[in-house]
Ligand binder design. Sequence first.
Ligand code: FMN
Length: 383
Amino acid sequence: MLSLNLPSLKIGKLEARVPIIQGGMGIGISLAGLASAVANQGGIGVISVTGLGFVHPVPNVHFKVGNVLSLRSEIQKARSLTKGLLGVNILIALTDYGELAQTAWEEGIDFIFMGAGLPIQKPEAIPEATWRAILTKVVPIVSSDRAARIICRHWSKHYQMVPDAFVLEGPRAGGHLGFNKIHLELPEYQLESLLPEVIEAVKPFEEKYQKPISIIVGGGVFSGGDIFKFLQLGAQGVQLATRFIATYECDAADAFKQSIVDCKQEDLVIIDSPVGLPGRAMKNAFLQSVTQGLNQPTQCPWKCLQTCDFTHAPYCIAKALLSAHTGELDKGFVFSGANAYRVEKITSVKELMDSLLAEYKTAVEYFLKKQAWYLTQAQLAAC
Ligand SMILES: Cc1cc2nc3c(=O)[nH]c(=O)nc-3n(C[C@H](O)[C@H](O)[C@H](O)COP(=O)(O)O)c2cc1C
């Protein structure tokens, strides 16, 4: 019998009371404040590690050392604010992703969500045994069954294990998208089509390793009704990001949050990012000036992204996202999901989670009523 309450989400040995993951948002949008607030409501709160050394500059140290020091203090801060489940989000495209993963693992983080690449290359500086231990916490973010299969095969061959879960991020997500631009609107690339394919792809590995592999879907999941739909389609959880921007606890500046509330559907655009992927963002004067070639970097003291070559980059994405995080939207831009224009107001994380739970319950009740009606019709027809 279908319960009116949301089921819990199991990932390996850990269990979240509510199957909602707050997607990691960089730079500086989801830090200890937002992540701990979500974890306190029974979901999984996620700290974005991207550019942490810029968000909390540590004087007189190399920026990569600063990233590590800031990550340690951000995880410790989040831990002091919640007893719930916490993760970090790491882009594999970062030049120091290995060091950051190791730091998160040393700090006892519950999950490491890894996106913008496949976690199949061991970073050189990390010993094999440490990397194996780190991988036990890794939840890869994928956009296709092919990517899930490649990761499972690689881990199985080299480490005799497979991930406990995957996040399947669809083309309606905010931020960087793991799709070709021409595929973004096609029905076969939407979450509803991709989810059964990913479930099928991991099945042989669930059987081989005698364990469930949870699939969490993200990208345009907006309401409790959406959550009901995706759980019915076989997902074990959902990942939401854009909705969490419009919360008091979100770690971005008020101007950043308000831009989500003010957003109209026609404001949402697909951009080319120096990360080497398309991204969904809100159009503004800064992005307009980028198309006119007015923001080309002349130097780069950091080389934070493996995939970025400043001599060809149309702008420095680290600088732009850092400016946006502090509310200087004329010097940067806001990444946002395809449903940003539906966000009406800024609320607390608790209010948002409560409303999702209430909508979920309504969706279950509606579904059960419809089911009863169809059963009655079938019985009447049989008379
Ligand atoms: C402002 C913003 C920043 C994001 N930054 C990251 C990031 O650093 N790493 C990542 O894996 N995903 C990032 N994402 C994607 C989210 O984690 C999430 O999977 C996706 O946006 C979910 O779709 P939704 O926003 O429609 O709920 C970002 C999304 C937004 C809106």
